[in-house]
Structure formats: C-alpha cells, structure tokens
Design a protein around this ligand. Structure first.
Ligand code: URA
Length: 212
C-alpha cells in the first residue's frame, strides 16, 4: 500500500479551518470541496491517458486524453458524497458508483446498506472517496467489495487518517492489489470512541447536520 500525505500550505490552511468547531456547515462543505480538488490532483497522477491527434489554430500536434475504460469514482455514503463533486470536476469522464456503509457506534461493525457498482471492475481505475480513515473498517470493506468485482487499482482519497486505520488497511490489503491512500494529514491517534484526534469531529454531521 502506498501513502501520499499531501504537503501544501493551501491544504494546511483549509484543513485548519475545517477542523475548527466554530466553522459552519456551509463553509465546511465549501472547504471539503476545495480540499478534494487539491487532493484529487495528487491522486490522479497515474491516471491512464492515450495519445490524441489534434489541430490547434496554428498546427497539428499530439496531445493526451483520459483513456478507456473510464475511471470510476466511488463515494462512501453518506460523508463521501461531500467529496464527489471535487473529484468529478477533475475527472470529467469518470463514472460514479455508490457504496452505502454505516458504522454501528456501539459495536463499530460496518453495515453495507447500498451498493451501486458495475459488475466487472477489472481494468478500471477506482477512486474511493471517504473523508475519515479512522479504524479503517469501512475502507477495508469497501476495498474488498471492489476487489471481488475484479478491481486491482484502487486509490482512496481521504481528508484525515489515523495511524491505527492506516496500519489495519495495509495489513488487510497485503499484496492483493495496487492500493494508494491520499490524505491531507495523518493525525495523532483514535480516541476511545474511534474518533480521530485531533480530527474534525463527525464528518457526515458537519457536512449535512445530524440525522438520527
Ligand atoms: N468518522 C468521522 O466522521 N470522524 C472521525 O473522527 C472518525 C470517523
């Protein structure tokens, strides 16, 4: 597993505002969108492209275009939805699949309640978006789902990760696939409720308000 911890002053600046508990939801959503665009730039460094012959107003030349089959972006519902627009803005040809996963706050077990993905993901570059890599359980389940459908090239884009979750993910994935994790920061640790410390709280609640 490859970890890309994006180091950029703009990322640090936006992330700091995102972390603040007095940042309102509307600003939070806007900052997540901006941060994802910056992370997506790093996450797509190995996106496959083909040569294409074009004519400019001055001459013929060879350029690049995003290759087929189309990459697929997979937001993990619900918090991953807040990162979707930022990803698709940079990847205009991408198809979008959905995985609905919810963590039981007591048992910490993951329940997969929705799945809308193509049957065959072999040869597809998959971009999973989920803001918080905490215990890693959700992402491990999501990656296993994609690998069962043939995916072998998976990039996870997260705002924050905990060292515990990164370790669990690395152990779970092993050498079964080419997995990259792109984050704006790796925080200190998880607390007793499996929240990332210092973190930013519950990303879903901060994006969309609390729904019981
Ligand atoms: N999910 C969140 O939204 N925040 C955390 O800190 C951990 C998991």
């Amino acid at each position: 597993m490859r970890l890309i911890d994006v180091k950029h002053p703009l990322v640090d600046h936006k992330l700091t505002t995102l972390r603040r508990s007095d940042t309102p939801s509307a600003v939070f959503r806007q900052l997540v969108d901006e941060l994802v665009t910056l992370l997506a730039y790093e996450a797509t460094r190995d996106i496959l492209v083909d040569d294409v012959e074009i004519t400019t107003p001055v001459a013929k030349t060879t350029g690049k275009r995003l290759a087929e089959p189309r990459p697929i972006v997979v937001p993990i519902l619900r918090a991953g939805l807040g990162m979707l627009d930022g990803m698709t803005r940079l990847l205009p040809t991408a198809e979008v699949g959905f995985l609905g996963m919810k963590r039981d706050e007591v048992t910490l077990e993951i329940d997969t309640y929705a799945n809308r993905l193509p049957e065959d993901l072999s040869d597809r570059q998959c971009y999973v978006v989920d803001p918080m890599l905490a215990t890693g359980h959700t992402l491990i389940d999501a990656i296993n789902f994609l690998l069962e459908k043939g995916a072998r090239d998976v990039t996870c884009v997260c705002l924050l990760a905990a060292p515990e979750g990164l370790k669990a993910l690395e152990e779970a994935v092993g050498d079964r696939a080419n997995v990259t994790v792109v984050v704006a920061a790796v925080d200190e640790r998880l607390n007793e409720n499996s929240y990332i410390v210092p973190g930013l709280g519950d990303a879903g609640d901060r994006l969309y308000g609390i729904v019981d």
